[in-house]
Design a protein around this ligand. Structure first.
Ligand SMILES: [Zn+2]
Ligand SMILES: [Zn+2]
Length: 150
């Protein structure tokens, strides 16, 4: 596996790269917002500190209020509609990059499932080490952990 990981949108107007060693964790999110935003059963996200991500191209953002009260901004390519990343407005230094946009995602290991409460029988949560019925911020010090990566 290369340390330098790259990804892009479908029309290639947006691309990004980060070092694999900077990846904090990876998750399947089964929340209804992610289902709607991706048009599928879940979003698979990689958590990487923003300062370690090189982004080329300008994303268009759509903002929704998350269940925990934070504001989630989902960034996508205005030209082809590919969802690239999202972040909470309240924790802007942490990016959630959509794993499906990687050029090579074969190395990815999933650490946990989020919002399994809203997962469907046709898209059951994988057997990740941990699952959270809802947002992990409710049941753990997840946000505190993320803030420590500043
Ligand atoms: Zn595009
Ligand atoms: Zn979600």
């Amino acid at each position: 596996m290369r340390n330098e990981q790259q990804g892009r949108c479908q029309c290639e107007k947006i691309s990004y790269s980060f070092e694999h060693s900077k990846l904090i964790s990876a998750h399947h999110c089964h929340c209804l917002d992610c289902q709607r935003a991706t048009g599928s059963g879940k979003a698979t996200i990689m958590i990487v500190p923003k300062k370690h991500v090189r982004l080329d191209g300008e994303l268009k953002y759509f903002e929704v209020k998350g269940s925990s009260g934070s504001h989630i901004r989902r960034g996508f390519c205005e030209n082809c509609g590919s969802g690239i990343l999202s972040y909470a407005k309240e924790v802007p230094h942490i990016l959630y990059i959509k794993a499906g946009t990687l050029d090579d995602s074969s190395w990815l290991k999933i650490d946990s499932n989020f919002f399994t409460d809203s997962s469907h029988d046709w898209n059951e949560p994988s057997e990740a080490p941990k699952s959270f019925k809802r947002n992990p911020t409710v049941s753990s010090n997840f946000i505190t952990l993320l803030k420590s990566f500043k």
